[in-house]
Design a protein around this ligand. Structure first.
Ligand code: C5P
Length: 225
């Protein structure tokens, strides 16, 4: 294994989608595979970090040498992340559902006799990245978010950086033609308050390795993130 550039560091990573229940058998979800977040947790552990991975439902295996906490909903993910603080670094790679059903039914919804489909009322989920990035007492030194966009990648990443209190945004183009969502490869741009770097197309594992090197370099700088 490579140099232990994150030895002695505590890292929290979120990964995967969240599932937001509609009733006991149905849920709202998204196409996130968890591959990128799990690769980041694996790379942090390989670099010597003490890693807690908070993951939504995924089919990829739990990484070796990592404390994995399995959750389903955004609310559970936030609770697990807060319970895992303090940390030196937080990497929020999960594709958290923006909304949940306002009051999930305790019973399976049935097709009514008159045929009118149910209307789902949605409410906003907590923003885990913003909660951690703006944490008053336990903000990690380095907070990293992702921005999966189909349009206006850079503008959206810059506004996310400010709005969510992140130090880096890893911005990726998830237009269907790129095959990023659910695929093996990724093309990302690292957006920071001091500028941004475009990385060539590479595997999600290589993105994770480079991100670890970038995080370690930031932590080793005496000043800020
Ligand atoms: O606003 P948007 O969902 O595009 O922001 C993406 C970033 O914010 C990702 O890092 C994601 O993990 C994080 N996020 C979060 N909680 C939410 C929504 C997004 O942590 N409810």
């Amino acid at each position: 294994s490579g140099p232990k550039v994150l030895a002695g560091r505590r890292v929290i990573v979120t990964s995967g989608p969240t599932h937001e229940p509609i009733d006991p058998v149905r849920y709202l979800a998204n196409r996130s595979s968890g591959r990128q977040g799990h690769a980041i947790a694996t790379a942090c552990a390989a670099a010597g970090a003490d890693v807690t991975l908070v993951s939504g439902p995924v089919t990829v295996p739990d990484p070796a040498g990592v404390r994995t906490i399995a959750v389903e909903t955004a609310s559970q993910m936030l609770e697990a992340v807060e319970a895992s603080l303090p940390a030196d670094v937080a990497v929020m790679a999960a594709a958290v559902a923006d909304w949940r059903v306002a009051s999930a039914s305790e019973r399976k919804l049935k097709k009514p006799a008159d045929g009118a489909p149910p209307v789902l009322e949605l409410v906003e989920n907590p923003d885990i990245l913003a909660t951690i990035g703006r944490h008053h007492t336990l903000r990690p030194r380095l907070v990293v978010g992702f921005a999966a966009e189909t349009d206006d990648l850079l503008e959206n990443a810059l506004s996310k950086l400010a709005r969510k209190g992140a130090d880096f945004i890893v911005a990726n183009d998830v237009s269907p033609a790129t095959g990023v969502m659910g695929g093996e490869a990724n093309t990302v741009r690292i957006v920071t308050p001091d500028g941004n770097e475009e990385w060539p197309k590479m595997s999600k594992i290589e993105v994770a390795d480079r991100l670890v090197a970038r995080i370690a370099a930031s932590l080793d700088k005496p000043e800020s993130g």
